[in-house]
Design a binder for this molecule. Sequence first.
Ligand SMILES: C[S@@+](CC[C@H](N)C(=O)[O-])C[C@H]1O[C@@H](n2cnc3c(N)ncnc32)[C@H](O)[C@@H]1O
Length: 359
Amino acid sequence: MKNQEIEPSETGDKQGTSTHWICTANHGFAPYAQEELRRLFGAVKSTVLIPGEVLRVTLQEEAEQVIEAIAGKPPVFLRHLFHIDWEWRASEQGELAAGIDELVAAAMSDPRLRDAATIAVQPRKSEHSLWSDSTAELKDMLQNRLSELKAEFVVRDADYIVSVFVGKEFIYAGISQPAHNISDWNGGAVRFQREEGQISRAKFKLLEAELTFGIDFSVFREALDIGAAPGGWTSFLLDRGLKVTAVDPAKMHPSLQNAPNLTMLRKNAGEVKFREHQFDLLVCDMSWSPKLTARLVSELLYALVPGGTAIVTVKLLSKKPMALIQEVIDMFQQSRMQVQRAKQLFHNRDEITLYMIKY
Ligand SMILES: C[S@@+](CC[C@H](N)C(=O)[O-])C[C@H]1O[C@@H](n2cnc3c(N)ncnc32)[C@H](O)[C@@H]1O
């Protein structure tokens, strides 16, 4: 595909390279994703496609440099991006059908797709989009139109992803390797099926942490779960074969009452005592003041073995979340915790997840 520069607002770009991207964050957090890009690349120009969530961003860098810089400093709030290889404006270039025809023709002639064994088509749309049917229908239509390619259409682990965003006036498309989009899920929206008997949606946060941070929870022996009720995380860890101590003044779900590997302490986390190095995993999802959470967790870190892992959600109560995150990270670092990743997962709402290792 060829990048067709057609948006008039881009004519003021400073001399040299500029590349264009569709960038996505959790709802309400796009300004922080934009700030992360600004800190990495300097000036950032953006147009809102979905308020608070999806932006079309111009960066004064080559695509390869953008991808490399992001891989070197994974962002907290920028959940997904794709490089715009091709864009098309409705009013100037005809009706939607004409745009789709051009998009399909460009994709069919792209050497990356012609040689790919597997392709994932990831369509999205804005409200009041040129595409009025569902995104599932958009995906079916695109896959039908691209069916002459020899590739098999898959959802995960594709050789290439075809990302398409249909807005109010524009169609944007890009072809990329999954590793270059931050997340290989469509728009970084990690979807899990709710299971029968699942205790809480909070379980999805730990499932997503496992997937995103590449943590194999089954290798741990014994976990401390702080702020455990009603028990979504606890049941997840029990399912992975761990012994779990769950601390929460609130009640755990009745289905956990007789779990053989579970010790329940109906107490405040400030009142509990453990053996030194008793646990090799500490998880905490207290939904509480972030600095008090950091202090409480820090005071319990004697119970985590050196080399042990901690997963802690940090509630973003403040209007300055980036400064708050840095303060909380500094507090943990003073408690001998090395932060491996700080990330707003798709299943985090007004919070982020810290993945740390004790040294
Ligand atoms: C978001 S819920 C946890 C959900 C849980 N991770 C799950 O998967 O079901 C937050 C919990 O933290 C608990 N909590 C808040 N402050 C606490 C404290 N100081 N000590 C222990 N638990 C606390 C609350 O009682 C509440 O049950």
